[in-house]
Design a protein around this ligand. Sequence first.
Ligand SMILES: Nc1ncnc2c1ncn2[C@@H]1O[C@H](COP(=O)(O)OP(=O)(O)O)[C@@H](O)[C@H]1O
Ligand SMILES: [Mg+2]
Length: 591
Amino acid sequence: MPGGLLLRAKPAQFRVDPRLARLLGESYRSTEQAIKELIDNAWDADSQHVWITLPAPLTINPIVIQDDGSGMTEREVRHEYLNIANDRRTRRGELTLDKKRAVKGRKGIGKFAGLVAADIMEVCTQCRGESTRLRIVKEELLRAQRDLEKVDLPVEAEPCDARDHGTTVTLSCLNTKFLLPQPETLRKLLALEYGRERDFVLLVNGEQLAHEDIPGQKFSATVQLPNAGTVTINFTIMDKPAPRSQAGVVMRVGGKVVGQPTFLGLDEDHELPPRLLRHVVVEVVADSLEEDVTADWGAIIENSVAYDEARKWVRDQIAHQVRQKFQADVEEQVKRRGRTVEQRLAQMPKHRREIARAQLQRVLQKLYGESEERIDTVVNLILDAMEKDEYWLVCEHLNQSRDGDVEVLAAALEDFGLVDLAVMAQQARRRLELLDRLDELASNPNTLEKDMHTALDRNLWVFGPGYSVMASNQTLARVIAEYTGQAFKGKRARQRPDLFLAHDAWNRHVLIEFKRPSHTIDRDAEAQAKKYRDDLTPSFGHIEVIVVGGKVDPTMSSHYPESDLQFLTYNALVSRARNALEWLLEELSMS
Ligand SMILES: Nc1ncnc2c1ncn2[C@@H]1O[C@H](COP(=O)(O)OP(=O)(O)O)[C@@H](O)[C@H]1O
Ligand SMILES: [Mg+2]
């Protein structure tokens, strides 16, 4: 060895500042996370390679992290490495000296990460003809507690070949409280940040880190293009959004990544949900583009025909994958809300069901990635709006939502085209026609209760917005048949009333008695209605009773004090519904 062994005995100390105690308390989520700190240091030192060796299971081998970066001189070890809590960026700027990389170092404590995993950390570094070795024993640091600066750290320096540069950190006596670091876990952790870097090759146990290590749903394809030759796409949709600087497509030409990730214009395609795009990381391998790469390897020449061709193909591939994934996710989201949404959709008339489904898709697309709670809120609003299908009901909802939310929701609704005015206007007109026919029916002296029943039991919206989601089913129909069968036997069978029992998803029940339009609702009918209510309450809990007929005895107040009993004329019913619809149409035509 030139110059022979030259040991310097003078010990070094940590130079600390008062923030140290707090900083040392910094913890790492895993050994792999701790190791990443040391790789960040290799990055900051402008290394081109980092070799990470992890101990095989059941061995007592150390963890070794070796880089070919700038290394440190003895002086730098003493004054920079050992200067704890000293911000490297204020010391040396935001970019690295040689490769102009964005510096990852922050608080000057990253080096301690090694000591989370191991009891002994040895640093051996070569720079400008000096090889410097430092050994840190965790036990000694812990014993010194707050007086870290009093701990003597043996620093040995010796000359070396002036061309040598780099740093090796060896972590031994690994902490048995931690699981041994797993190569797979480490690769996943590093892949996104470092797997697609130009000029920074990471090898874990000799194997180079690659795009494939990025965790997520994967897809690959290769094509032969007339100008661009062989082009391969390696596509990953991550479970979580990638950091902004990482999402998108990188080109790899001749093994080297060109420039920064971009979306090749896909971010302007309005059909692709932007939130989903942020999960997309793609590597495109196109070795025949080598001629078209700019001299600084920062981009591919814009007007390259081959690049244009490759780009088009890549864009189509990505758009297709993203659309598929999106479809699947939205279906999944609908499924997750499953029974409730499906039930409510199933209750809608067919033409409305399709519109509601389309609206849900649109909203889920816009809300992709939002919290489940927000999605739920809007999904329910849409279903409400589509079920009840009255514009003012949506407005009511908006007014009821808490102050801050109104604006947000209003904007959202407008944005989503939720309130589909054209559909609503059409619906309202159709309903008005139905009301005209009801009117005719009610004024015909030959109309029987069963005719009114048939006309109304599928159009409960006539009774008001709260009733549009109500419906009957076989069980309810049977209950009513049995009830009237028992209560009106023998001679009374001729007085058997026409009753209809409906419920909604929230288990509210309403009993409607249809009288023929020639009939006047009087005190007897009132007593009868109370009896229905009392008889049926034990089976259904609270139950509302509505009696509709041709007239209501003027001695009975139309607004019955007990709100669970209502007496209505067909006229009043129809005109109330008509007013609401006309008002709605007017509102719609104004907007
Ligand atoms: N592998 C390395 N190669 C060269 N210098 C290093 C290396 N690791 C650490 N250093 C030097 O030691 C300093 C302290 O490192 P560290 O404790 O990780 O804090 P930070 O990275 O926040 O500055 C770094 O700023 C750098 O100057
Ligand atoms: Mg660091």
